[in-house]
Design a protein around this ligand. Structure first.
Ligand SMILES: [Zn+2]
Length: 255
């Protein structure tokens, strides 16, 4: 397919856009505590340092994020909220906004009308210029929470922007400027995060309960290996575009 067929956008995968202007307010929506840091942590750190208020919305309680079959899931969910708040502080410092938690049971998230309304309400309350979320159309994605959280981000934006959706909110509707989808199936937007990888790592490492099951980092050697995997991944993503490090997104600006 050529990029400039009639009816096709002038920009395509071969001609990405680069570096949004720093938003005033960003809202990152993740399925679990730590997803936002993995997906867009360096970009959020960069924006926060330039004055952007960074909010988090986490859809599930993260209560299945352990390999320990005897784990106290209530205690784990509480611990993961604390870790998420610490990660937000490490990313955004004085510009860390709110961490909202919808509290759906880990593994059981659905993108139904009730959940969509809750996401739309948060968008209307926090009024972000940019919303970031999982790409729900990423092929061969297995984890249902990531797919549903991505759908909720997209459909929540639609519901938040239109005044006849969820009038029971009694909050002015709100139309963000841009939606950025991380882990994108067809990325077409590049954020240069040179200098911000350490902030992403610091925030990821706030999620200490995930060192075993997600980061595979049970000792210093393994933690170094995890850090190097992240550093190499962002370096690899940046290399193709002339940056020392990058995070990639699908950008949707026609909201
Ligand atoms: Zn996740």
């Amino acid at each position: 397919m050529t990029a400039n067929e009639p009816g096709q956008p002038a920009s395509g995968p071969s001609t990405p856009s680069f570096d949004l202007p720093t938003p005033t307010v960003a809202l990152a929506i993740g399925a679990h505590p730590d997803d936002v840091e993995f997906g867009c942590g360096a970009t959020l750190a960069k924006w926060a340092a330039d004055g952007c208020t960074v909010h988090h919305l986490i859809c599930t309680d993260g209560s299945k994020g352990t390999w320990d079959p005897t784990a106290d899931k209530v205690a784990l969910a509480e611990r993961r909220q604390d870790e998420q708040r610490e990660a937000a502080r490490r990313l955004a410092h004085d510009h860390a906004g709110e961490c909202r938690f919808l509290g759906y049971v880990d593994g059981e998230l659905d993108s139904d009308l009730a959940a969509r309304g809750r996401v739309a309400r948060v968008i209307r309350e926090l009024r972000p210029d940019v919303v970031l979320g999982h790409d729900p159309w990423k092929r061969y994605r297995l984890h249902p929470d990531h797919r549903h959280a991505g759908l909720l981000a997209c459909e929540g934006v639609v519901a938040a922007r239109d005044p006849h959706f969820y009038p029971e909110h009694h909050i002015d509707h709100h139309r963000p400027d841009t939606l950025l989808l991380f882990e994108a199936d067809e990325p077409d937007h590049v954020e240069d995060v040179t200098g911000w990888v350490a902030s992403k790592l610091a925030a990821l490492e706030a999620h200490e309960s995930q060192f075993e099951s997600t980061m595979h980092a049970l000792d210093d050697t393994q933690l170094d290996a995890f850090r190097n995997r992240i550093i190499e991944r962002l370096r690899g993503l940046g290399e193709a575009h002339g940056f020392a490090a990058a995070e990639l997104f699908k950008r949707i600006s026609d909201l």
